[in-house]
Design a protein around this ligand. Structure first.
Ligand SMILES: [Zn+2]
Length: 257
């Protein structure tokens, strides 16, 4: 059952001691490829080195909204320069996180807008992090038409999902939807068209219900796929094929046979 993890951070130092084993387990579990979004400019070269070490890892470069206090204006220029010379599968992850009111929302808007501009400039998809901010993200995407990409770990409403799909975006689902407490999210995913869904682990964060409190890893995407296929009532292999095709199309990945 070939799967694509559309959101993995296994360049994170918490995998330094056993990354090769984590990769091996991922491949054994059927995870053929992983999309690896960036967090901060100082880690882009670490991310590049990690992706260079295995042809199933594809880097995206960007500035994560949760680290907004650490980004500096010249990081945006650095991102443009980096994208001119380094192969990238997408721009990201970028976006808006309003979970903590202390995060500077105005600064987040500025960096997100700039990265949407870079996605347009380099004709790349965009990987969006949106927590308690989906309405603002929709508004900004309406002002930046013609983009495509994914809202990772989708947590908005069904109506917002429909608007995002109309704007050319897919929705990423992973660990959170596997919780028995996630009734609202489960109702939403059941109503969504299969061609708008991609799967993700968000390793090392957001483990699925079978691995709560563990360090999450891409191999657990298998459990996520089983859980979601049960939820929406289709064969796991059908979900795997559909979501892998979606990810291939979204990120313009070479298909592997
Ligand atoms: Zn992430």
């Amino acid at each position: 059952m070939p799967l694509i993890d559309t959101h993995s951070h296994i360049d994170n130092s918490c995998f330094d001691l056993d990354r090769a084993k984590v990769m091996e387990r991922a491949k054994t579990a059927g995870v053929t490829r992983q999309i690896m979004p960036a967090i901060q400019s100082k880690w882009w070269s670490r991310l590049k080195a990690c992706c260079d070490s295995d042809c199933s890892l594809f880097p995206a470069y960007g500035l994560h909204p949760l680290y907004i206090s650490q980004h500096q204006a010249n990081d945006l220029l650095a991102l443009e320069t980096w994208l001119e010379s380094e192969p990238a599968i997408a721009v990201g992850e970028c976006g808006l996180d309003f979970y903590n009111v202390k995060f500077d929302q105005e600064k987040q808007h500025f960096y997100f807008e700039a990265q949407l501009g870079l996605a347009q400039q380099f004709e790349l998809p965009v990987i969006i992090h949106a927590r308690r901010s989906v309405e603002d993200v929709i508004h900004m995407l309406k002002n930046n038409r013609g983009l495509h990409g994914v809202l990772h770990s989708y947590s908005g409403s069904y109506e917002q999902a429909v608007k995002l799909i109309d704007l050319g975006f897919m929705l990423g689902f992973g660990g959170p939807v596997t919780s028995p407490h996630a009734k609202r999210l489960q109702r939403i995913i059941k109503r969504l068209p299969l061609d708008a869904i991609v799967l993700e682990t968000d390793s090392p964060d957001q483990p699925d219900f079978n691995h709560l409190k563990e360090r999450n890893e891409p191999a657990y995407l298998f459990d996520i796929a089983l859980s979601i296929s049960n939820l929406i009532g289709i064969e796991a292999s059908k979900l795997a094929t559909a979501t892998s095709n979606n990810a291939e199309q979204l990120f313009n990945l070479p298909s592997i046979e």
